[in-house]
Unconditional design. Sequence first.
Lengths: 289, 390
Amino acid sequence: MKNRRGRLLNLCFLWLPLAYLAAQFAFPLASGLVMSLNAGGPSFANYSFVLHDRLFWHACSNNLIVAGLSLCLEFSLGLLFALLLHATRGRSLLVEISVLLPFLIPEIVFLSIARYILLPRGYLNGALLSVGLDGLGWLNPGSWLALLSVIVVDAWHVTPVVTLLLLGGLQTIPSELYEAAYLDGAGPVARLRYVTVPLLRPALFAALLLRGVDALRIFSTVLVLTGAEGAPVLSTYAYQLWSDALEPQIAMAASVMLALFIAALAAVVLGLRRRSGGRAETSWEYLTA
Amino acid sequence: MCVALAFGLIAGGCGAPHVPRRSLTVAMALLPGEAIRYRKILADFESVSGTEVQLVTETYGDILHLLEAESRAGRGRFDLVELDIATLGQARNDVRELAPSILAADRKLFPETAWRVGMMANQLYFVPHRIMWQAMIYNRLKVPKPPTNWEELANFVHAHPGKLAIKGALYEGTLCDVAPFIWEAGGAMEQPTSTDTLTALDFLAGLAPGLNPRSAVFREMSVLEAQARGEVWIHFNWPFAMTYLRDKGLAPSVNLSAPIPLGPKGRATVLGGGYLAIPRSAPNPDDAQLFLRFLLTSDVQQRLVTDLGWQNTLPTRWNQQATLLYAGFSQMRAYLRARPEVQDYQVLSNRWQRALAAILFEGTPAVVALKPLTAWAESLPYEESARPAS
């Protein structure tokens, strides 16, 4: 009777979800792989095309630059906003709304607004002209300024996610630790450095993993602001191959490479987390020993 | 009791005997405004034939993908699809041959070049639905005298940097802007390193520093928006651009059309547009053929011209404003040229797009940028058999 119940539970909680995952994930992945290996017959020609394409390497470097700088900006601002919200919790609804607003607006609306701000005759250049300065080509294809615009807009849009994740982490830190640190003579900077940051590490890693993967997959921000060619990243590169070049097999090869790239970086972050996991809890104890 | 009886009668079908209506599902790349006007023409067909037409509007790219998917599956939903002229070679294996009687009866409706594009190996596969070609669109307030030849165009660019734009994104539209210059120099896309082709590319490379800096990402709509904002004063586009500008109150008062500047060996513009085809997997191919015949009548074609602004060879009954708006397009009608009739046009086009991006926006010399294209183009099998017997 007990065995039968166990089998039933296995079926419900293990095999059914596994079957669902297989249908939703493994099958498309496998068919994508097969497609990427089809170049009029099984071959690696599509991968070879991608690896020999100058635009692919350009997209790769842009992808790393955008993801790296965007994450730096998001985490700096996210931590700042999270600390601010934590300190003023329940007291300033306005601060909460203004921090979270960019994420609450539908993405396409947000990006269209950003585009209107940054266009050659947009609001930003209008503001510059009104104070006697020349307008700049914020979205000029192939320029550093275009890349910078993408980074800033992306960070602006998703910083609230990082803020929320870090705020959740901050709320789990017991206030007694801060009191103890205060009694030991630790100032605000020392409390941040030796209490907040170490104990926030699990939340930081979670946010880094979540946002890191997302930042590498960046697509709509680039497409709306600069077009697929303006500041190409790997997903817009694959999209251009699929939609304009009508080369779905090569596009799939590029997508598989992007997926592998993301998986490798995610593995690195997870490995780092595992290595540093033990130290996080003991930082304060180590300091006060 | 009465209510129950009424429900019973309704459920059992007490009205007139239900005769299933024939239906036809068509996929077309229509803009929302066009679809509304096109539905009125479909309504006429429905009343004449008794066949209900379901119109699905999609982009050309998506229609091509769904055609391929249905063909692979061996069964499908669509009876008729509209395809971009540039993708006909790619779609050929997924569509049915059409009865030659269509061609015999209605050949005069479209230019010979347009029909030839729809034929492959002496068989008709694609019927012109709408044809169009490019002309130059200019801001008449900023450019009172639009450039009429290459020299004047070069002078304009030097005098007004950033005010000429081309559609330079990595897509087929780039070739629609560049191919006329290659042809006007006497060159050909199939001969990338011929002296004449290089003459055209050198001329364009000379213009490149003065092009609008966003040319590398411009497409039909984005360049048109830039023209509407006054950021661009001259660009090349399809007739719909004039309709768009007119609807915004920016034509003919601000913008007008003119012929593409004359090159050293003549004038040319690229034939574009949509073609209709019956998928191999079409559930109702006979009805689809019937609809094609309906479309290819003079009356319907005249309505497509007047109601939707589409083009054929019928005399155009435009009012004074439309005549002014489309003046440049009317003048370019005689200089239509089709894209190369090669089997693998898409590959040729993709390689050209990459080469043009390098020449125009990265300063790569044409000979170097065209290197990957040259060997491939030299081995191209010209599809002589695809040309119809004249």
